[in-house]
Design a protein around this ligand. Structure first.
Ligand code: ADP
Length: 401
């Protein structure tokens, strides 16, 4: 059974075609700069095999439909392609960012589901419309294939009321559904599930803290297989320090900046989302560049690393308290998988709580699931590569039975 996974953004589409027989990747690609004068369609056919082929086409991609059609032509190319025709695709799995309170699990896409995703646009004004574009194009291109929506927010719908409510006038929740939703749910659920398998115990018996550190960063407390708290909130801005997003700040910052710095709401919003985080603190948002700068004596870069890893440590402590007991901590995503220094600093000084890193095991990039804690650590520390595409494909298969 072949499943196409689509992650449609406002100006790009990422896609992956998987053979679910053995969960191998048949093709993986990206359509970039949609709507700009010069676009790019990149496709890796049969990656990780001797027959790997990388195709790059530089041409204008006026819209999502054009880009997706081109990508599908590459998949079906009679010489190089990986499928004979479109009908071989048994299902399409879509990443959808915001399911609000409507979706607790992956869902077969119908007109009602599209209406509900549309209803949630105010909660994710940049993401949900782009996700809907992807769904609309895929329905046209693969009219016979069931389409499944997999929501970033769904895994966190088990968070109890005392953790998802903000202490704000209750009308804001009642009338506008202002609350914590959380994101990166597909990734947190995937690595927590993989961790349980690696520990050889049912997820329902384990308490795990999952730490997703990429451009976006978030941490989740997973109790007996369910999310009970997570750091991202109403929008993907709260919590940990990210590449360009601030994470937690005093909410009064809006009033302060408006009154004292002559900034309007859009400017402040833009600053908190695009000019803050690591970039705000040191001008660099890629952790590799930050390490290079630290090596050259850049004090601001050192501070950025310290602020981010201190915040990680603080939330690990908070989630230990929320969970009561912790069996494992899992690091994942670009920084979590590749950066031993960030991992080490994020658990530094927590030895008395039973969290002990094995420095040698930690001193590597994690290409496959790896135990990073020492044998005397009460809490196991794992590095587990996330694989959101595989998680979405698996869920699409489950939904269509
Ligand atoms: P996204 O949130 O966009 O999916 P990723 O999970 O791909 O992001 O993470 C991207 C980030 O991972 C980069 O900004 C970079 O800081 C970090 N990263 C990638 N490779 C390395 C590496 N070898 N060492 C340290 N950080 C890395």
């Amino acid at each position: 059974m072949k499943v196409l996974v689509i992650n449609s953004g406002s100006s790009s589409i990422k896609f992956q075609l998987l053979d679910m027989q053995d969960e191998s990747v048949l093709a993986s690609g990206l359509v970039e700069r949609i709507g700009e004068p010069e676009g790019l369609i990149k496709c890796e056919l049969r990656p990780d095999t001797d027959a790997e082929e990388v195709i790059k086409i530089q041409e204008p991609v006026p819209n999502h439909e054009h880009g997706m059609r081109k990508a599908v032509d590459l998949l079906c190319d009679p010489d190089k392609g990986v499928i004979a025709d479109r009908n071989e695709i048994a299902a399409v799995g879509h990443r959808v960012v915001h399911g609000g309170e409507d979706f607790h699990q992956p869902t077969l896409i119908t007109e009602e589901v599209i209406a509900a995703i549309t209803k949630n646009v105010p909660l994710a004004p940049l993401h949900n419309p782009a996700n809907l574009d992807g769904i609309s194009v895929a329905r046209e291109l693969f009219p016979e294939a069931p389409q499944v929506a997999v929501f970033d927010t769904a895994f966190h719908q088990t968070i109890p009321a005392h953790a998802f409510h903000y202490a704000l006038p209750k009308e804001l929740y009642e009338n506008h559904r202002v609350r914590r939703y959380g994101f990166h749910g597909t990734s947190h659920a995937f690595v927590a599930g993989e961790c349980a398998k690696l520990m050889g115990r049912p997820a329902e018996e384990l308490n795990i803290i999952t730490v997703h550190l990429g451009n976006g960063c978030s941490m989740t407390a997973v109790k007996n297989g369910k999310s009970i708290d997570t750091t991202l909130g109403l929008t993907p801005l709260e919590g940990l320090v990210m590449g360009t997003r601030s994470g937690d700040v005093d909410p009064a910052i809006y009033a302060f900046l408006a009154r004292n710095c002559d900034m309007d709401i859009d400017q402040i919003d833009n600053m908190l989302n695009k000019e803050s985080g690591l970039k705000g603190l040191c001008g660099l948002n890629d952790m590799r560049d930050i390490h290079d700068a630290i090596a050259k004596g850049d004090e601001a870069a050192k501070l950025a690393l310290d602020v981010q890893t201190y915040r990680n440590r603080k939330y690990i402590g908070a989630y230990m308290a929320a969970l009561g007991s912790v069996d494992a901590i899992v690091f994942t995503a670009g920084i979590g998988e590749n950066d031993d220094i960030v991992r080490a600093k994020s658990v530094e000084g927590l030895e008395q709580f039973g969290i002990v890193m094995d420095d040698e095991a930690n001193a590597q990039r994690v290409k496959k699931p790896t135990l990073l804690s020492s044998s005397d650590s009460k809490v196991q520390i794992w590095g587990i590569p996330t694989n959101e595409e595989l998680a979405i494909a698996r869920q699409a298969v489950e939904v269509i039975g």
